[in-house]
Design a protein around this ligand. Structure first.
Ligand SMILES: [Zn+2]
Ligand SMILES: [Zn+2]
Length: 115
């Protein structure tokens, strides 16, 4: 038996990289891992920071998009739960109909769903 491929003592691998074709850049998530201690969510952290500062997500990240059909309100999230919460509270407070799309099917949340 060889333990060359043992999972227990893997040599440290290079941090994952992430690319953005809009910025034409490639990054490692070393900063997220070492400075922010983001651990398993380093890629997620990077994606959220990238969106916050540039207005778009890097490649291979499919956000959940919440888009109001009646006013300019729109938000993007990496996970479904906060996206749903935004859609529901927007509909609840404004009475607007909100569309939520992500990597699953699109859903529509209207005010009558959250009253
Ligand atoms: Zn970018
Ligand atoms: Zn609205």
């Amino acid at each position: 038996m060889t333990d060359e491929f043992s999972d227990d003592e893997r040599p440290p691998t290079d941090p994952p990289t992430i690319t953005c074709s809009q910025c034409q850049q490639t990054w490692t998530v070393e900063y997220e891992l070492e400075e922010l201690h983001a651990g398993n969510s380093a890629l997620e952290q990077f994606a959220m920071d990238h969106q916050r500062h540039t207005g778009h997500f890097p490649d291979e990240v499919t956000p959940f998009v919440v888009d109001c059909t009646q006013c300019p309100a729109t938000e993007q999230y990496l996970t479904r739960r906060p996206a749903e919460r935004f859609a529901e509270t927007h509909a609840r407070h404004t009475g607007h109909t909100v569309e939520l799309s992500g990597n699953e099917k699109q859903t529509t949340i209207s005010a009558s769903d959250v009253r």
